[in-house]
Design a protein around this ligand. Structure first.
Ligand code: ADP
Ligand code: 5GP
Length: 203
């Protein structure tokens, strides 16, 4: 008897996709990711673990899982993180269990991580779609950081220095979006994700 290879039961289940969004601090990544999540509520947001203390308004388990340095480092030893990095003096990491479970179950994941983490994920998951958000200029970046009012002057300078290093590595990302006009940048990001999710992209 001929085997029916078109049988839906015999088909490999579709794997979830990974969308990585990275940007220098202040470029507008949080704002753009929020727009993306509003547009695609089924996109699973990868809630990172961090040793940074919560900022006012942040909720444990929603914005981040806030954990101790001891717990974080134990996680490094036990292979708990799919990627991890030290950013602005604090540890940040993504749960390998969360990521693999989503992919296996065909759920698309949005990761808001820095360039060090982006590199690690793209090495492990070459099909991950990396998007780098650029500020229109360093002057505008500094103005946005000042206007946001969350960081002290010294911390803003650290972020500017880090920004230059991150921008120097932007070519490892498949896409670069300049966040000048918010509506245009959000539209570009949404269209890009839409094209992958609707299957109009090959990979
Ligand atoms: P990030 O998450 O990259 O650090 P945020 O999303 O917090 O950046 O944005 C930094 C600041 O810039 C916020 O105050 C935000 O409202 C503002 N912002 C974001 N995108 C734009 C834009 N296109 N034009 C002007 N201001 C913006
Ligand atoms: P913030 O503390 O301002 O929320 O984030 C600081 C930086 O850490 C941002 O660039 C953010 O993308 C990055 N980040 C957040 N979570 C992770 C993570 O799990 N891994 C890595 N590598 N970076 C992260």
């Amino acid at each position: 008897m001929m085997k029916n290879t078109n049988n839906a039961m015999s088909k490999e289940p579709e794997k979830g996709r990974i969308f990585i969004v990275s940007a220098p601090s202040g470029a507008g990544k949080t704002t753009l990711c929020r727009r993306l999540r509003d547009r695609f509520p089924d996109l699973r947001y990868s809630v990172s673990h961090t040793t940074r203390p919560p900022r006012p308004g942040e909720t444990d388990g929603v914005d981040y899982y806030f954990i101790s340095k001891e717990e974080f480092l134990a996680g490094v030893d036990s292979g708990r993180w799919a990627e991890w990095a030290v950013v602005h003096g604090n540890y940040y990491g993504t749960s390998v269990n969360f990521l693999t479970r989503c992919i296996r179950n065909g759920l698309d994941v949005l990761m808001d991580i820095d360039v060090q983490g982006g590199k690690q994920i793209m090495d492990k998951f070459p099909e991950a779609v990396g998007v780098f958000i650029m500020p229109p200029s360093m002057e505008v970046l500094e103005q946005r950081l000042i206007k946001r009012g969350q960081d002290k002057a010294e911390s803003i300078q650290t972020r500017i220095v880090n920004a230059e290093q991150e921008i120097a590595e932007k070519e490892i990302y498949r896409y670069i979006i300049v966040n000048d006009n918010l509506e245009s940048a959000a539209g570009e990001l949404i269209s890009l994700v839409e094209s992958y999710r609707s299957g109009s992209h090959e990979n």
